[in-house]
Design a protein around this ligand. Structure first.
Ligand code: ZN
Ligand code: ZN
Length: 87
């Protein structure tokens, strides 16, 4: 009979529920913002390959992968700088 423990101050009420993943939200704006996750909106694009993402965080995680690879872009930079350094 410890119901008071479960509902501390009634803060956990989330009347706005996502119809896709059943996640609950406290406010309508939160739910709308979350809806972007399920929509096909990808306003954030990768400058390197043009791939699009739903959030800036995903883009960063994606471009981080590039820096760990011998990227073709780096070749450009190398040739540029090596042309600068003459014997
Ligand atoms: Zn959802
Ligand atoms: Zn990319």
């Amino acid at each position: 009979m410890d119901e008071g423990k479960r509902l501390k101050h009634g803060i956990d009420e989330r009347p706005f529920t996502c119809q896709v993943c059943s996640k609950g939200f406290k406010t309508r704006p939160h739910l709308i913002q979350h809806g972007a996750v399920h929509s096909d909106q990808r306003p954030f694009g990768c400058d390197v390959c043009g791939k699009t993402f739903k959030s800036q965080r995903e883009v960063r995680a994606h471009t981080r992968g590039f820096t760990q690879l011998p990227v073709f872009l780096n070749v450009k930079f190398v040739t540029k700088s090596s042309a600068h350094v003459t014997h």
